[in-house]
Design a protein around this ligand. Sequence first.
Ligand code: PMP
Length: 404
Amino acid sequence: MFDIAKIRNDFPILKREVNGKPLVYFDNAATSQTPQQVIDVIVDYYQNYNANIHRGVHSLSQEATDAYEQARQKIQEHFNIAKSHEVIFTSGTTDAINLVANGFAAFIKQGDEVLVSALEHHSNIVPWQMLCEKTGAQLKVIPMGTDGQLKMDIFHELLSDKTRLVFCNHVSNALGTINPIKEIIDAAHKVGAAVLIDGAQAAPHIKADVQELDVDFYTVSAHKMCGPTGVGILYGKEDWLNKLPPYQGGGEMIAEVTFEETTYADLPHKFEAGTPNIAGGIAFGAALDYMNAVGFGAIASYENDLLEYATKKLLEIDGLKIYGPLEGKASVISFNIQGIHPYDIGTILDKLGIAVRTGHHCAQPIMDFYQIPGTVRASFSFYNTKEEIDVLVEGVKKARMMLQ
Ligand code: PMP
């Protein structure tokens, strides 16, 4: 059963006040809040078995190594990853995409093409532009429509035997659009191209099955799904991970080092140079335990109710426009009120204790497409309530009255 009172009680931050008002936290797409169960795991690590992993024979090091590797297995199970060494710990999605973009330089040459969707976060654009600069490959864009959906007919036309790689997010952080990634993956594979899916925004809402998707690379950030910042994963098919050269050199990622030659460690360590975010990795596993105990089916249907309720209420406000799809999307609402700058609305909402994001959401091409400087983005999580949405709606009405 979905017990919202119990769930809210798990998140200590939801009890605080901001500017003298109860916090209403609607910036979940930027980062989610952390339940006590996950905070406890972090504290337990530093209080009881803080030690560097993989290298020590002493007990603390072994305990830390075991906990870290158990977390890797939890992540493996959660995303139905075939082999635990296909889970590479990274500092997050940005790091994971840079790892692949950096390594792909070995497989791309002048005249090759890579396809990016128009709906991307900057972290799934800029690393590929850098790759293209390095290799002379061409970056082509899968365009979007005003409905916030990718133009799939053009995507199919853009694919050719020159296409080496397609990268796209599973869910858009700016609009909440859920992209047809299975269609993208299957079509790309038919022309021999690999596919990287940025799962940063999908992972808090949708339990992806990477084997069923048959995706080559999938990226996740723990902090968007009740885990800590500074940790995430790259899933890669074993074949690809074996082919890609290492990203960073250093300790942990080597087999043998001499001044003449270095050989690299096996997967996953080849891509895990240096001391990782150990507590973060272990807490990522605990965050998945927490979310799975709530249940992804229950989370999706509860968030969808919140989304429908908020969409209806917000659209009743004069001059308010929502960008992108209105339904069939993740629980993100990006909006503006005619004649008012999004930043001004966000500032007034903050005075009322309501946290929303304003600006371009690291997706400037989407804002350029709509010819706007940015939007106000309210993004909902399973610990939010309809009462909080009422507070938002009243806040937006108040902001409109004050600013117009
Ligand atoms: N892609 C998407 C779709 C995102 O929403 C984000 C975070 N806003 C990122 C990538 C980058 O994630 P991180 O900052 O955790 O590396």
